[in-house]
Design a protein around this ligand. Structure first.
Ligand code: ADP
Ligand code: MG
Length: 702
């Protein structure tokens, strides 16, 4: 044991014990984010314990699986050493005897639980060696006839060093002090059939025994519904306010749809789909405004987002500004560069390329072109947000596969476009932003987390695509699959062979990829097989990809580096090994690499049996549907929103009470109410936000 700390000499602060103790409690509570009385009042129970009843010990024996509360007299209390050191206490009532077992205990407990003491014990009963027993139950010493609580006992989310008793006391005090005024007007509440704030909160903290316990724990009780609604409403209001704040910022309008835009459209080998045209019109209208666009462009894999982005860039360039396109991987950035440069350079556009793998000289050259404004369209990776990259007149920022970037990275790119010469922040102009994502976000999530963005959806694929046929096949039929690959290649098809994902070790993943490549190259000795993985130098990657694009390679063995964006229309067969290790959206993205041409495409998902239930569900989903939105919806069901959203929301548990999987209807009501309040009753909106958001609003600023 550590030596007892020497007491510091008494000072003014330590003498004032009550105050010091109070500060200490406040400090502990602050660690849970509980600073104000309202914070405490809104710290709602995560569950309840029923201490309102005592059951006879004999009866408790039939209640396996539920916690039971008994009361009795201690008949023995011993420290035993077999099978290991433990405190064993026997308790008796009129109906029988029960053993309590403590593996961790304090010496003082043997005194507290001396023979003859009356105790109330709460815990799960199980059948042990010595009859009914409870392991580590909670208990307290009582006098005969001590009153039972009349309400269910709330159990609060807590943290280290913060006891339930402390929380209950602090919350109990706060409940007597807060301003109970309802933030929502009675007509709104009655139209939504919601109970009053005060009634709801008090009921949740101190439910009377007749309240349906099931409805409380499942959070379906109307009191919970009110809390969820309030929370969702605050979120909607906050997002809408963030949107309004953005609109009050300035941006340079990009109004010209001129020569470049026209010629570009004319030289495209295809016509835009109706969906692309609609989305383009939405973007074009935004770009004309003098406040920054912040639009999320969603469209399933292969729906043709790139050309829309290029047309947006053309409008920026036509208007005399620079546009930048950032992609998450070098392969993708490279592909964009090639494709867009091939479209635009013949039309006289100066396109620059900037990634981490450029040689120093090339990098300096690119930076000089960007800074002087000679480069009109700049394409690259994260390298774009590094120090030393200065834009001359950045009007439009495009982020491809935006979910791959963190908020900070996207913000950093946007900030490159701030006008450094303008010291007055309120007069600074901000570039327009277009974010693209092929991971469709289900409607509820989009409504909840992206209510501050404009959202455009390309909801149809270009014509002439045949849906990819997906087959799920046991790994033990791998040889059959290889001969099929062979046959397909001889017919002139190109094949992706995706190596297993090994999350724990990049080295192992690399080794597996190399081995897969070697065995396939040996087995398919009459075919030209290539290998691409993340560790290759950029030039090597590029060389392999180019050879595949030109059709010189028939089979491309690849790691997930090809997951996003890669576009080789002639590839029509994909094999994914150990498909059970991949997530649903990842499988969908990978599969999106085929089915880009007119040939019928096949995706083979090889799996290692036995499959767990989640993996089984995923593979079945892949077999059943090609629709990215449907896949996203099921993915959300399987994984929950936290994991689903990735960077934007990580670590930001904004919703504490509402559950997006079950409370979708409330989200819609909250959205409508938010719109109505902002328009008709802004003071109500203000008061509601003040009560609910507090510091959490910080999260939503970006
Ligand atoms: P994604 O939305 O996944 O980024 P891409 O922009 O890579 O999709 O487009 C997929 C393929 O479809 C590309 O080869 C592209 O040139 C082609 N494409 C895009 N729009 C059309 C269209 N309207 N008609 C025919 N092909 C198109
Ligand atoms: Mg793309």
């Amino acid at each position: 044991m550590p030596a007892p700390k020497r007491k510091p000499a008494a000072t003014a602060a330590t003498k004032a014990t009550p105050k010091a103790a109070k500060n200490k409690v406040a400090e502990k509570l602050a660690r849970l984010g509980l600073r104000t009385d309202m914070d405490l009042v809104l710290h709602l129970p995560m569950r309840y314990e029923d201490e309102t009843k005592i059951v006879p010990i004999r009866e408790a024996g039939f209640m396996t699986g539920y916690p039971a509360q008994i009361e009795g007299i201690v008949t023995s209390c011993d420290v035993q050493f077999r099978p290991r050191r433990q405190l064993v206490v026997k308790v008796q009532d009129d109906s029988g005897e029960l053993v309590m077992r403590f593996l961790n205990f304090y010496g003082s407990q043997t005194k507290q639980l001396a023979t003859g003491t009356r105790i109330r014990v709460r815990g799960d009963v199980r059948h042990g060696f010595l009859g009914h027993e409870m392991v580590h139950p909670s208990y307290k010493v009582v006098t005969e006839g001590a009153p039972l609580p009349s309400a269910l006992t709330p159990v609060y989310p807590s943290g280290e060093g913060i006891s339930q008793a402390l929380l209950r006391k602090a919350i109990g005090n706060a409940l007597t002090r807060v301003d109970w005024r309802d933030t929502l007007p009675p007509p709104l509440l009655s139209s939504l059939d919601l109970p009053a704030f005060e009634w709801s909160v008090k009921l949740l903290h101190n439910p009377t025994p007749e309240v349906d316990e099931h409805a409380l724990t499942e959070r379906t009780h109307p009191a919970w519904t009110r809390m969820k609604f309030d929370e969702l409403l605050a979120q909607q209001l906050s997002l809408k306010r963030a949107q309004a704040a953005r609109r009050s910022q300035g941006a340079s309008p990009l109004p010209v749809i001129g020569k470049l835009s026209q010629e570009f459209l004319n030289t495209l080998p295809f016509a835009l789909t109706a969906a692309q045209q609609r989305v383009l019109d939405e973007i074009r209208a935004d770009l004309r405004e003098a406040f920054p666009m912040q639009r999320l462009l969603q469209g399933d894999v292969g729906s043709g987002k790139t050309v829309v982005a290029a047309l947006a860039a053309a409008q920026a360039i036509d208007s005399g500004f620079q546009a930048v396109l950032m992609a998450p991987t070098e392969i993708l950035a490279d592909q964009h560069f090639r494709k867009i440069a091939a479209w635009m350079e013949p039309l006289g556009v100066n396109v620059a390329w900037l990634t981490g793998s450029l040689k120093k000289k090339e990098k300096q050259d690119a930076q000089a072109r960007i800074e002087s404004g000679r480069a009109q369209l700049i394409i690259g990776t994260h390298a774009l947000i590094q120090e030393g990259v200065e834009f001359s007149r950045l009007g439009l920022v495009i982020v491809d596969e935006q979910h791959r970037f963190g908020v900070g990275q996207r913000l950093a790119l946007r900030n490159k476009g701030l006008d450094a010469a303008q010291a007055d922040e309120s007069k600074q102009t901000v570039p327009h932003q277009l974010m693209m994502s092929a991971t469709p976000i289900p409607r509820t999530l989009a409504m909840t987390y992206y209510a501050d963005l404009e959202v455009s959806v390309i909801d149809a694929l270009p014509p002439g695509r045949t849906p990819v046929l997906t087959r799920v096949i046991d790994q033990n039929r791998r040889d059959e699959v290889i001969s099929r690959v062979h046959a397909a290649a001889l017919e002139g098809r190109q094949v992706y062979w995706v190596c297993p994902l090994i999350e724990e070790s990049e080295a192992l993943q690399l080794q597996t990829a190399t081995e897969t490549y070697e065995t396939l190259a040996a087995t398919l000795s009459d075919l030209r097989v290539g290998l691409v993985h993340g560790r290759l130098k950029q030039a090597e990657k590029q060389e392999v990809m180019e050879a595949f694009v030109r059709g010189e390679l028939q089979v491309l063995v690849a790691t997930t580096v090809i997951e996003v964006g890669v576009d080789v229309p002639n590839a029509s067969l994909m094999v994914i090994e150990h498909a059970e290790r991949f997530g649903l959206s990842q499988l969908h993205q990978l599969r999106g690499r085929v089915g880009r041409g007119t040939a019928e495409s096949v995706c083979v998902l090889l799996y290692q049996s036995p499959l767990g239930p989640v993996a089984k569900q995923r593979l079945a989903t892949m077999r059943e549907t090609n629709d990215g939105f449907e896949i996203a919806r099921r993915d959300l069901e399987i994984r929950g929103p936290g994991e689903f959203l990735g960077a934007r929301q990580s670590g930001q548990a904004i919703l504490r009470f509402a559950d997006l999987a079950t409370d979708q209807w409330l989200v819609e009501q909250a959205r409508d109410a938010a719109q109505m309040l902002l328009k008709e009753q802004p003071a109500v909106a203000e008061a509601h936000l003040a009560r609910w958001m507090g510091i959490r609003e910080e999260f939503l600023k970006v």
